[in-house]
Write a protein that binds this ligand. Sequence first.
Ligand code: NDP
Length: 333
Amino acid sequence: MSTVALTELEIHGLARSCLLVNGCDEANAAAAARTISSAERSGAISHGLFRLPGYVASLRSGKVNGHAVPREEQLTSAAIRLDGDRGFAPLAIEYGTPLIVDAARDSGVAVLLIRNSFHFAALWPEVEALAAHDLVGLACTVHTPMVAPFGAKKAFFSTNPIAFAYPRPGRDPYVFDMATAAKAAGDIGIAARDDHELPTGTGLTADGNPTTDAKEVLDGGVILPFGGYKGSAIATMIELLAAGLVGDYFSYEAVKADNRDGGPAIGGEFILAMSPEVLSGPGWAEHSDAFLAELENMPGVRLPGQRRFAARLSDEPIHVNAELVDTLQSMLI
Ligand code: NDP
């Protein structure tokens, strides 16, 4: 694969320019570009520039509002509803983060319910932003059906990601961020492209038979939830939090509202913040850190998030697929 070496700043500039030229204002373009460039810097390439053609397609089709202005509604002292104004989620998240931080510090617990926005990114930025304020964060969202519930052969859930961060003052937080599907959709696409076999239990063919062939999964088949019925239950919880509780589309509803332009689907995001200082009290950091130190010192264990944190320490240029860079440059006109 031929690649082009770009700095994080150049990636941000490319993403921002593409979004500006295709219909975003400065605030919306810069927020989405920050999400994209930080994903590239963190080695999360499936949520970096790779997603930009989808963002652009949604602007060009008129599905997404590039001039979105998020608006908040304070439901209670600990519950904030945020209308994303049909924009990309990064601006709504950046707008809502200080609001949920203040509410969680005051009340110990707070929720941010984002409606009416288009999420196409990893979820660690939102939970890491909370951990940076010494808050515990949990976030989840849905998009369109790709995953069959345990026992079924038809897609009903999306790959329903969930992320959790626990602060460790003076250190990187404990963070996991994962799809609740046996494999994320992007990984199945890459396996199909590169002719890699999928692990057993990843998907079913269009006829409902188990397959390890990624092309069969993509050709009318379905992905399975991770962990059988347990993953299916967690995926259900995510639908209920991000759609039922937030008051936005479930995956099976979002697909009907979508114009299939290749970009993100409209939907909601559920974000929960908790203050260990308020809830646990002084000494919480040392107590939790001792537990995490025991865990990470066990032979064979590595904490989730460490791969991304290590990638961020590099100041080397980032090698981006050259064909993708050409495609993006053609979108600047
Ligand atoms: P992975 O399976 O790659 O990783 C899931 C989590 O497990 C990460 O926190 C990762 O940490 C950790 N991990 C991986 N390997 C190990 C290991 N050996 N030991 C300990 N921890 C490990 O992620 P997914 O493919 O499930 O998801 C990828 C991304 O896709 C997520 O960021 C998710 O938010 C996003 N996504 C977004 C969607 C959307 O609609 N917006 C839909 C679906 C997914 P580390 O990063 O350090 O490797």
